[in-house]
Ligand binder design. Structure first.
Ligand code: PYC
Length: 332
């Protein structure tokens, strides 16, 4: 019997939680951060479920551990943890990690104002602004992102037949745009978006093999992106992203916004240097940009830029006590 202790800095990025675990990270095996992710999932997933799920976390909880970088061109490696698993990349998570880590002196960037992150999905560069010890904004230059499948047909009970595009932005996202059987996310309650999104995700995963063309360990659909008209003047579009069993991202979702930029580029609706002011379910915003054009295994792709902000909300020492029947968390 043991009590496992984890010291955390809690914060949020544009409304979505970020729990940065600063003490208690398990030692991982692997030559790359992608291999370490697989090792964590095989041997330590109970830490993720204990720190993210109830009773220590909640449906939306999301966080990260820091490790020494596995590559020379990065300052620090990040392992993302979340209620749905260990994501290859998490945009709101990265903005939160950079803010919390820089403000607390946990990392030493080689170039002031810029931190290179070694993530399971690849290198992500974060440039940040600091004023009086506070990080006021972070802009990520994300991994190559691309439109993977377009006009995929799927039928769900509540809406009937839908056509969705599936795009990659560090995770795969089916993107539901306005169409005959769907107008706007504003027509539904959050609980309805969760229920319909879960059904859509299951239907797509049952029917399609969605696998990254260069990394077979990045596979499957974990998220669904409902879209709608923004409420704030100046914003171009809104989204509500489902992840895990019942979470709707309170931020506009960094990898989701990257996927949406890639979808719009792939469809010819946006071009290099265009800007997408993306609004979340609660009205917070990320600024998405198409920084560069590239290709992934012959598919046209982009390097997305995602800008947002994060803030510290508190400090936590969490205990996973082997004597607690709920030490590893639960989902209802
Ligand atoms: O911001 O990339 C993101 C993200 C993924 C899941 C929740 N947030």
């Amino acid at each position: 019997m043991a009590i496992h202790q984890f010291e955390c800095i809690d914060g949020h990025t544009c409304g979505n939680p970020v729990r940065l675990v600063v003490r208690g990270a398990p030692e991982l095996r692997g030559r790359t951060q992608a291999e370490r992710r697989l090792d964590f999932l095989a041997r330590y997933d109970w830490i993720r479920t204990g720190l993210m799920n109830e009773p220590r976390g909640h449906a939306q909880m999301s966080g990260a551990f820091l490790y020494p970088a596995t590559r020379d061109d990065c300052d620090v490696a990040v392992l993302y943890i979340e209620t749905s698993g260990c994501l290859p990349m998490c945009g709101h998570g990265a903005i939160g990690v950079v803010t919390l880590a820089i403000e607390h002196g946990l990392v030493r960037p080689r170039t002031p104002g810029m931190l290179n992150l070694d993530t399971p999905a690849g290198k992500v560069t974060a440039s940040y602004h600091q004023e009086g010890g506070k990080v006021t904004s972070v802009k990520l230059t994300n991994v190559p992102s691309f439109l993977f499948m377009s006009d995929v047909e799927v039928t769900i009970g509540a809406l009937g037949r839908l056509k969705v595009d599936i795009a990659y932005g560090g995770n795969f996202y089916p993107i539901v745009e306005a169409q005959e059987n769907y107008r706007d996310m504003a027509d539904f309650t959050p609980a309805e978006l969760v229920a319909m999104g879960s059904e859509l995700r299951d239907a797509l995963n049952a029917r399609y093999e969605v696998v990254h063309p260069l990394d077979p360990n990045i596979r499957g659909i974990r998220h669904v992106q409902w879209t709608g008209a923004p409420k704030t003047p100046g914003a171009h579009a809104a989204n509500a992203v489902l992840y895990g069993a019942a979470a709707l991202d309170r931020s506009p979702c960094g990898t989701g916004t990257s996927a949406r930029l890639a979808q719009r580029y792939g469809r010819g609706w946006m071009k290099k240097d265009d800007i997408l002011v993306h609004e979340s379910l609660i009205g917070s915003q990320f600024i998405g940009t198409i920084e560069e054009e590239t290709e992934v295994a012959g598919l046209p792709a982009i390097i997305p830029g995602i800008a947002g902000w994060a803030i510290v909300t508190g400090y936590n020492r969490l205990l996973l006590d082997d004597a607690d029947p709920y030490a590893h968390g639960f989902v209802v």
